[in-house]
Ligand binder design. Structure first.
Ligand SMILES: *[C@@H]1O[C@H](CO)[C@@H](O)[C@H](O)[C@H]1NC(C)=O
Length: 433
């Protein structure tokens, strides 16, 4: 072998060997719960110092369009949140909003702000509650484009908070790191604040989650339907919420899940960080080692089980039954979480609904990349299962573009939200809570 070629081969060998050792050390270190949670939640990934979430104009919002506020959670954390006003409401009340004395301030709770008064004054106001994915804060990356897209929907107010430990939100409770029950508590606190303190009905509220936020969304939606569900962490079922839950709960307008996953252990089998660095994929031919590692995952986020529990408790007894509308949306070119996760999430929900009663029908449409059979809504693939009265619906839309992060701010998600509100406002009588 010529000397040059030999040295290239040797170098390549060592490069791979070192990468392999680094990967093994990284994976080994994840067995430690603290390191594991740091890797999962990535809440310490901080924004650059010129990024100021207290100043929403920096992220493309009009002066006075966003009211930053503090929210106290049910277990005593303080979350930093935004109330984003819809543009139609903004335009009608521009003077009042831009001259309010809370402009440029972070207020303690929304009560009494101009935005809150405008929201409550209109009996047709709607709310979208946004749950962001892991890493960074609510204004990171593409996230503000989601809020701008939703703010174009008439009468639709958007609320979003940084989970405990993210952005400016506190992290005072042990174990002083974000946890599954902690993030779910944050979401329930926000939803119960909207329902109870601001007296905004759940029937005019859409929950919108992306990535890790879909797991938070599914868990908190289940909580309101069945607050003692065994599919929820114990710390969560022990919460004392004043908003209506269980029997008194009338359902949310829709639950929109963008780029979700079945469970964290399932996800890690195929997940690559930023589409580049695999976690457990290299262990595909070592199932025992892979199973050992997945058994060490502390926060398992079983969204598939929670959505199934949600469907079954919302359909079970007639006294407790309420409408459920779940929309799952995933980009075909998502490099982080494959759209197969969404398909695998949808299938058992479809079976559960089909088994629940006789009037349920399922539809499926597909289109090849190059066109061909047309699919409603221009989706790449669209599946839907629904009961005879259209009260229990689960739909899956696989769109062609949008990747993992960008898609949530794109038109398809805005359309899903608009359709959800359009559908519910048809039966006006049902809307009253
Ligand atoms: C962030 O923005 C707020 C509101 O405009 C301002 O009061 C505050 O001083 C800013 N913080 C920094 C560090 O620039």
């Amino acid at each position: 072998m010529p000397g040059l070629l030999q040295s290239v081969v040797v170098k390549a060998y060592w490069t791979f060997a070192i990468l392999g050792i680094l990967w093994a050390v990284f994976i080994g270190s994840l067995i430690n719960p603290t390191i594991q949670r740091h890797a999962l939640y990535a809440h310490k990934i901080q924004s650059p110092f010129w990024h100021n979430v207290s100043n929403p104009e920096e992220f493309g919002f009009a002066k006075g369009q966003v009211q930053p506020f503090w929210l106290d959670t049910l277990d005593g954390e303080r979350l930093f949140c935004w109330h984003v006003l819809p543009l139609d409401v903004y335009l009608e009340n521009e003077y009042e909003l831009t001259t309010a004395d809370t402009v440029g301030e972070v207020v303690e709770g929304l009560k009494g702000t101009v935005g809150e008064k405008l929201w409550r004054r209109d009996g047709e106001s709607r709310a979208v509650v946004n749950f962001h994915g892991n890493a960074g804060d609510m204004a990171q990356g593409y996230r503000p484009s989601t809020y701008r897209s939703i703010s174009g929907i008439p009468k639709t107010h958007l609320l979003t908070c940084d989970y405990r430990g993210y952005g400016l939100s506190t992290l005072t409770n042990p174990p002083h790191i974000p946890t599954e029950s902690g993030l779910i508590t944050d979401a329930i606190s926000l939803l119960s604040y909207i329902q109870h303190d601001l007296a905004h009905p759940s029937t005019r509220t859409v929950l919108l989650g992306q990535s890790l936020g879909t797991a938070v969304t599914a868990a908190s939606a289940l909580y309101f339907t069945d607050p003692t569900s065994t599919a929820l962490p114990d710390q969560v079922t022990q919460l004392a919420v004043q908003a209506s839950t269980g029997k008194n709960f009338k359902g949310f307008t829709a639950i929109v899940l963008v780029a979700p996953f079945r469970t964290l252990p399932d996800l890690l089998k195929t997940y690559s960080i930023a589409g580049l660095f695999p976690i457990l994929k290299p262990l595909q031919s070592y199932p025992r080692l892979a199973n050992y590692l997945t058994s060490k995952i502390v926060d398992r986020w079983p969204t598939a089980l929670r959505l199934q529990s949600l469907i079954s408790s919302a359909t079970s007894s007639s006294t407790k039954a309420h409408p459920v509308h779940i929309s799952i949306l995933h980009a075909r070119n998502d490099q982080d979480i494959t759209f197969r996760e969404s398909e695998a999430l949808f299938a058992p929900l479809q079976s559960a609904l089909l088994a629940a009663d006789e009037g349920v029908s399922a539809t499926e449409e597909r289109r090849s990349i190059h066109g061909g059979e047309r699919v409603s809504r221009g989706a790449f693939a669209y599946r839907r299962v629904e009961d005879a009265r259209g009260e229990r619906v689960v739909e899956l839309e696989v769109v062609r573009y949008g990747g993992h992060n960008e898609v949530v701010g794109w038109s398809q998600v805005g359309l899903v939200v608009r359709r959800a509100f359009g559908r519910r406002s048809v039966g006006v009588g049902l809307d009253v809570e």
